[in-house]
Design a protein around this ligand. Structure first.
Ligand code: NAD
Length: 365
């Protein structure tokens, strides 16, 4: 029989969900189940002080519910920091749909999910993430207006992400070399997909010497030919005699192994979760005299593009906003040097400070 306990008697250790929420101060979790469509999802709203919680929906075949819960809690918190450091009036949220994206998708499942998103009344705004396509989002949109990144709206975020990354790279270059010119700088771009290609274009236009690697041979050959970039091997990229390493493919490429090889003095790329272990490798990078542009700050062009859709702004507006990434990264790096604290910690602090100060503005008069 269900036993009702007094609040005081509830031991958080017995209740891993609330305990995990309170650990990183999440506001709300919505567990979604629908037996008819097979929908099993969790929507996490981490923080709405700055505005509605925006973050994508991921569809993934998690091994168990705890794995899904951990992921949605971690990712939604990450969105709060990303949205805050980017100066957007958005909080952080994320959703996960538990299931195989290749076999479980249906119109009904996504429309049902859309109904759950809608039930939050705009507190959470969703978008595409891993395992989700524009068509899936069109179905979600049939049940809720709280969706961005729809076909025909703000479009592919990659040009904005690449431009922001390029601007952040220039800011690092200014602090490290005294001038933000990339002319003649040797830049190694790992991964020349959507973002990587646009980044290479900016770099070549500024006469940087560009090295590229990619697992997809035809893309690699095309980029080398179209932009005059030097092709290097998948492993060789870490040993290139370079000024700047720009990871634009995978996470965790800044690790014990690569750090003993990387000859660069700047790490500035678009990939998510570049540091294998933030605390260890964030510090190690600083001790080697490398300037690391925190990934969630430098790759914020994507979310800026989403925000433009929420606000009905143009691509031109998004590009101008992405230009601000230059100032944000410069501020982070300078403060890191003054306070002798790794850049990723400074970026976290700056994001928290903004939430705290704007939280005060929002108090009733
Ligand atoms: P993408 O899939 O279009 O491109 C990734 C490229 O990396 C592909 O060409 C792939 O073949 C290549 N690749 C995969 N494994 C590799 C390896 N071991 N070595 C070299 N290349 C490898 O993805 P994208 O949209 O260009 O995003 C790139 C990164 O930036 C991802 O980490 C993504 O999460 C992050 N990001 C992207 C955006 C955006 O707007 N697209 C926004 C924020 C962050």
């Amino acid at each position: 029989m269900f036993e009702v306990k007094n609040i005081e008697e509830v031991n958080l250790a017995e209740n891993p969900v609330i305990a995990q929420m309170s650990k990183y101060n999440h506001e709300q979790l919505l567990f979604c189940n629908d037996n008819e469509t097979g929908l099993k999802a969790i929507i996490a709203v981490h923080n709405t002080v700055l505005g509605p919680a925006l973050g994508g929906t991921r569809m993934w075949a998690y091994n168990n519910e705890m794995e899904a819960l951990n992921d949605v809690l971690r990712l939604s918190r990450g969105m709060t920091y990303k949205n805050s450091i980017s100066g957007l009036n958005l909080g952080g949220g994320k959703a996960v749909i538990i299931g195989d994206a290749r076999s479980m998708k249906s119109e009904a499942l996504f429309r049902r999910f859309g109904k759950f998103v809608n039930s939050l009344g705009g507190k959470y705004i969703t978008a595409e993430d891993v395992g989700i396509s524009p068509v899936d989002m069109t179905w979600v949109n049939m049940e809720t207006d709280h969706v961005v990144g729809l076909p025909g709206k703000s479009g592919d975020p990659s040009p904005v992400t690449a431009y922001g990354t390029y601007m952040g790279m220039k800011a690092c270059t200014k602090v490290q070399f005294g001038s933000d010119s990339l002319t003649g700088k040797k830049v190694a771009v790992q991964g020349v997909g959507h973002v990587g290609e646009y980044l290479v274009k900016h770099l070549v236009e500024e006469n940087a010497e560009v090295y590229v690697s990619d697992i997809h041979e035809p893309t690699l050959k095309r980029i080398a030919k179209d932009y005059g970039a030097h092709v290097v091997g998948l492993e060789e990229i870490y040993d290139v005699d370079m000024d700047i390493y720009a990871p634009c493919a995978l996470g965790a490429t800044v690790n014990d192994d690569t750090l003993s090889r990387l000859k660069c003095s700047i790490i500035a790329g678009a990939a998510n979760n570049q540091l294998k272990q933030e605390d260890i490798h964030g510090k190690a990078v600083m001790e080697k005299g490398i300037i690391y542009a925190p990934d969630f700050a430098i790759n914020a062009g994507g979310v800026i593009n989403c925000y433009s859709e929420v606000k009905g702004m143009s691509l031109h507006w998004s590009m101008e906003k992405a230009q601000d990434i230059y100032n944000t990264i410069e501020q982070i790096v300078k403060r890191s040097q003054t306070e002798n604290v790794p850049t990723y910690m400074i970026a976290n602090k700056m994001a928290e400070e903004r939430i705290e100060s704007i939280g005060k503005v929002k108090l009733p008069l």
